[in-house]
Design a protein around this ligand. Structure first.
Ligand code: IPE
Ligand code: IPE
Ligand code: MG
Length: 244
């Protein structure tokens, strides 16, 4: 009997890590306890992607809209990001992970921003998993910042308007240089984008699970990969065109 074909893996996985607050509320804990408990599945997903040689993992950690949460929650979250970056960066570097932050970083406090930039510089030459942390990120922000960059290039004569194409536009976006996310996972039961990767997710396969992010286990990640492997991706073409 011929060996079964290996399952098709995504090249790039994106995850909206939702449900931390509800996880904490169910245990009568403060919301920040849920965010803290969400670090374990982050580590698990990084390891699971690295183990499978998946090229890229993009994690939605804090949205443009999340700035509108109570200042106390925002402050505690920023503290947690800083603390976990400090704690994890050595191991990420040792695992050859290249870490990048995508989002409106000028809104992030100077202390955390400096650590972010140091982490990016330190891991920038790594050739393993490309890990993107989307922080202060919104898909609309991303499209607008790309439009601004291209408009500036037109104004100073480096670019002609006719040269703005889907390709050149994509190159001005935050995830430029990466394959588009082919699997987008959202935990926490909501089936919406919440302003994540509006451009890049045009052809992502969408996996929604009611599991709250702190409970997201390797078995859930495997279920998402199985779901992905079972999809027939047609990209607008017919089934027979895809087969040939
Ligand atoms: C996701 O969990 C983490 C962030 C948005 C920062 P939530 O904090 O949105 O948790 P729920 O959706 O209230 O349960
Ligand atoms: C999306 O979750 C943002 C992140 C997980 C970082 P939200 O909890 O902020 O989204 P909504 O409010 O359910 O749309
Ligand atoms: Mg939420």
């Amino acid at each position: 009997m011929p060996a079964a074909a290996p399952p098709v893996l995504p090249r790039h996985v994106a995850i909206t890590m939702d449900g931390n607050g509800r996880w904490a509320a169910a245990r009568a804990l403060p919301r920040i306890a849920g965010h803290r408990a969400g670090l374990k599945p982050v580590r698990m997903c990084i390891e699971a992607c690295a183990a499978r040689a998946i090229e890229a993992l993009t994690l939605f950690a804090f949205s443009s809209e999340n700035w509108g949460r109570p200042a106390a929650e925002v402050g505690k979250l920023m503290g947690l990001f800083l603390e976990s970056l400090e704690k994890e960066i050595d191991e990420l570097h040792a695992k050859d992970v290249r870490v990048r932050f995508v989002g409106a970083r000028e809104r992030i406090g100077a202390g955390l921003r400096q650590r972010i930039e140091a982490a990016e510089q330190r891991t920038g030459g790594n050739s393993g998993l490309c890990l993107q942390i989307a922080m202060s990120y919104g898909g609309r922000w991303d499209i607008v910042q790309a439009a601004r960059r291209l408009a500036a290039a037109c104004v100073n004569g480096r670019l002609r308007a006719e040269e703005i194409t889907e390709t050149s536009f994509g190159e001005a976006l935050a995830l430029a240089g990466l394959p588009p996310p082919d699997l987008l996972i959202r935990t926490g039961g909501e089936q919406r984008l919440s302003n994540f990767l509006l451009w890049d997710a045009a052809y992502s396969e969408l996996f929604f699970t009611p599991t709250l992010w702190p409970d997201f286990a390797l078995s859930d990640f495997r279920a998402a990969l199985d779901f992905f492997a079972a999809r027939e991706r047609r990209f607008g073409k017919t089934k027979s065109q895809r087969a040939s």
